[in-house]
Design a protein around this ligand. Structure first.
Ligand code: TXA
Ligand code: MG
Length: 323
């Protein structure tokens, strides 16, 4: 606790991925988060709360309708993996939102993180605890590997339940817009309010194509796993469900996301499996595409970014790191 009170940064467990957190009301502490992550100051941070009652500390609603809609979402999905984009309260340091008058907030369901926030008595600003551009960590060990030399403490809260970053939703007076797909799916949000189709060309959070990239080249395949095998490069397979022995034999390393085809389980295992393949001695990671339904939409979103980032040199290597 004294690290946080003194303006330090710590690795924190959440139900989605591990975060790199600091007291949101200490601008110097928030600056250290950007520094440790190597993240540009123009890219805002999510503010984490232990309970819904704290929202007013950082948000100032612009209309009654917006507040009503946000309350309905909060009742349905908080604490949990949903981040709401709402008007920022002036008291919140501008650095947190990178100068924007909108703040991204969420109430975490992780008991250890909730307890930390309550004891600190202040909201915490936290991005995912990876170096800018690389894979989000889903265990305390992953955070150590990513940022161990930059931060003094990682709270170990076990493996992350969801394994993918929260769904981010902009809340307007009478509608929602999904800015980043995640564990709370579009079908779940439609139950609560009118969901607008995404406007093309708008810069959305986490939507630079190079995000979430491994250092190795990654290629998504849609059809028969075997058909892409060629050349002498050592290939690793990221499979949704167990491949046949014949197919598995063609790969130097195989990671299976779910034994029984559960997309939730696949999401929880996704970053860990990708990280293991990335750290192994394979030259290329071949990823079988997953069904684009439910949380599968969010997994495919991250896979496509990983593919783009790995091909365009935006992977997490020291020289080229991005968020
Ligand atoms: O599950 C999660 O959301 C994890 C855990 C740690 O809470 N956090 C996370 O943070 O994924 P980060 O910073 O890696 O991704 C959040 C995205 C970023 O792309 C950022 O640009 C966007 O949300 N964002 C944050 N605040 C914003 C704001 N005020 N306006 C627009 N975009 C915002
Ligand atoms: Mg991130």
């Amino acid at each position: 606790m004294h690290i946080l009170r003194g303006g330090g940064v710590v690795g924190v467990p959440t139900e989605t991925v591990y975060g790199l957190g600091a007291d949101a009301f200490q601008p110097m502490a928030v600056a250290r988060v950007f520094e440790a992550k190597g993240r540009p100051l123009i890219d805002p941070l999510i503010v984490h709360l232990p309970e819904e009652g704290w929202v007013d500390r950082v948000v100032s609603y612009s209309s009654h309708g917006q507040k009503e809609l946000a309350n309905r979402l909060a009742r349905a999905f908080w604490p949990g993996p949903l981040t709401l984009l709402l008007p920022r309260r002036k008291a919140l340091p501008e650095l947190v939102t990178a100068g924007s008058n909108q703040v991204a907030v969420r109430v975490t369901s992780h008991p250890l993180f909730q307890e930390l926030l309550l004891r600190l008595g202040s909201p915490m600003a936290a991005p995912s605890a990876n170096r800018f551009g690389s894979i989000s960590p889903t265990s305390a060990q992953d955070v150590q590997i990513e940022l161990g030399n930059k931060i003094s403490l990682v709270l170990d809260g076990g493996p992350c339940r969801h394994g993918l970053e929260s769904t981010i939703v902009a809340v307007e007076e009478d509608h929602l817009a999904i800015l980043r797909p995640g564990p709370i799916t579009e079908d779940q949000l439609i139950e609560i309010g009118h969901v607008l189709a995404q406007r093309p060309g708008v810069h959305n959070p986490g939507n630079r194509p190079g995000h979430y990239a491994p250092k190795k080249e990654l290629q998504i395949i849609k059809t028969d796993i075997k058909s892409v095998l060629s050349g002498s490069k050592k290939q690793g397979l990221l499979a949704f469900t167990p491949p046949s022995a014949e197919v598995a034999d063609c790969y130097a390393k195989v990671e299976i996301l779910s034994r029984d085809g559960s997309l939730r389980e696949a999401a929880a295992n996704f970053y860990g499996a990708l990280r293991r393949l990335d750290l192994s001695d394979v030259d290329i990671i071949v990823a079988k595409s997953l069904p684009c339904e439910g949380i599968g939409t969010a997994i495919m979103d991250r896979l496509r970014r990983a593919e783009h980032g790995s091909k365009h040199g935006t992977g997490g290597g020291p020289a080229t790191s991005r968020e």
